[in-house]
Design a protein around this ligand. Structure first.
Ligand code: ATP
Length: 332
């Protein structure tokens, strides 16, 4: 069997710091992967004049998956391609964000939910038209994109033994567009033995806090998924606890759902858990189920022993936190 290749893009701010933790942890597991470092982002632009050099695109094209940190998008400087560009280029239509409370000492709510967010259209088309009095945004909901994201979510429920899929929408206000998404959801769900439910997005925002056990897996449109997953991450300990995968039919990029956090970059205080858990999602994508669950177990073991970073009241720095987890790997 040929060794799988992983493109590693640290990017800007805390991106390189947290991604290197994920790589170090994976290097200490029983898995053979070849890591190919690649550059992208604002730092890369300042250094090379390109936000995403050809060599980076080559590294991505040649690899089986990518582990990604974050890139800073600057309003002042010329804007370059962000992860949105890569999502489009590789048609990574599913944004998967599992949110789970890993220990009672972090977070507020016992959530264990996977949010599957449509990644290619909805509110994020980027097509805006200005007129004399304002701006109109084109919000696209298509049958094709809706059907493939719903099918993806149903498959994920089956694979991960999640019994209930909730379609989150606002079809009472956006009757045609969200109505289309809702219709496609029930059509697809009727061919499956996964229990199907629906919830308005405002009700879902409340349910995450008040009735977390009602939610098992959510499939939803772009903007709703973005907001609900940040809310959910906050409920289980903050942005440092939100891993994610951008998954398509032939490629996938795994990244912490937080950004480059320039305010804490270089201080060594970033929580690397979101990046580390994104690494676990990547291993699962590559079929390395046992090693993936070892990562999750060691993070939980660490938290249970007070191995925590400063954002959740601990004393560990980004690197010492990772060292401590590596030291506990033989226990999981
Ligand atoms: P960007 O513009 O790249 O999205 P941002 O700073 O606007 O960056 P985030 O990076 O998502 O947005 O983070 C918001 C704030 O949350 C940060 O300023 C930082 O203080 C905190 N934060 C984010 N990620 C982490 C982390 N992994 N560990 C600790 N704090 C974090």
């Amino acid at each position: 069997m040929t060794m799988k290749k992983i493109a590693v893009i640290g990017g800007d701010g805390i991106g390189p710091e947290v991604v290197s933790c994920a790589v170090r942890l994976i290097e200490n597991l029983d898995v053979d992967l070849e890591f190919i470092p690649a550059e992208m982002g604002l730092e890369c632009y300042r250094k090379t004049g390109s936000f995403i050099p050809d060599a980076t695109m080559d590294a991505l094209e040649q690899s089986d998956a990518c582990l990604f940190g974050a890139v800073t998008t600057s309003l002042e400087e010329k804007k370059g391609p962000s992860i949105l560009f890569l999502r489009k280029h590789f048609d990574l239509y599913a944004n998967v964000r599992p949110v789970k409370r890993l220990h009672p000492s972090v977070g507020l709510v016992d959530l264990d939910v996977v949010i599957v967010r449509e990644n290619t259209e909805g509110m994020y088309t980027g097509i805006e038209h200005a007129d004399t009095d304002g701006v109109t945004l084109e919000r696209r909901v298509s049958e094709k994109a809706s059907r493939r994201i719903v099918r993806f979510a149903l498959r994920l429920c089956k694979d991960e033994k999640r019994r209930r899929l909730t379609c989150v929408h606002k079809a009472n206000a956006m009757r045609m567009s969200d109505g289309l998404f809702r219709r496609v959801f029930f059509e697809e769900a009727s061919n499956s033995d996964i229990e199907s439910r629906e919830m308005l997005v405002d009700a879902a925002a409340a349910a995450l806090v008040l009735r977390p056990k009602d939610l098992d897996c959510i499939v939803t449109l772009n903007l709703y998924g973005d907001i609900l997953s940040d809310e959910a991450a906050a409920l289980v300990g903050g942005l440092g606890f939100g891993p994610s995968g951008n998954i398509g039919d032939r490629y996938a990029i795994f990244e912490p759902s937080h950004g480059s956090a320039p305010d804490i970059a270089g201080t060594g205080t970033a929580n690397p858990i979101a990046a580390i858990l994104s690494g676990a999602m990547m291993l699962r994508y590559l079929g390395e189920y046992v090693q993936a669950s070892r990562i999750e177990k060691v993070v939980r073991l660490g938290l249970s022993r007070g191995v925590k970073t400063i954002d959740v009241g601990g004393t560990y720095k980004t690197a010492t936190f990772t060292d401590a987890l590596i030291g506990m790997l033989d226990e999981v």
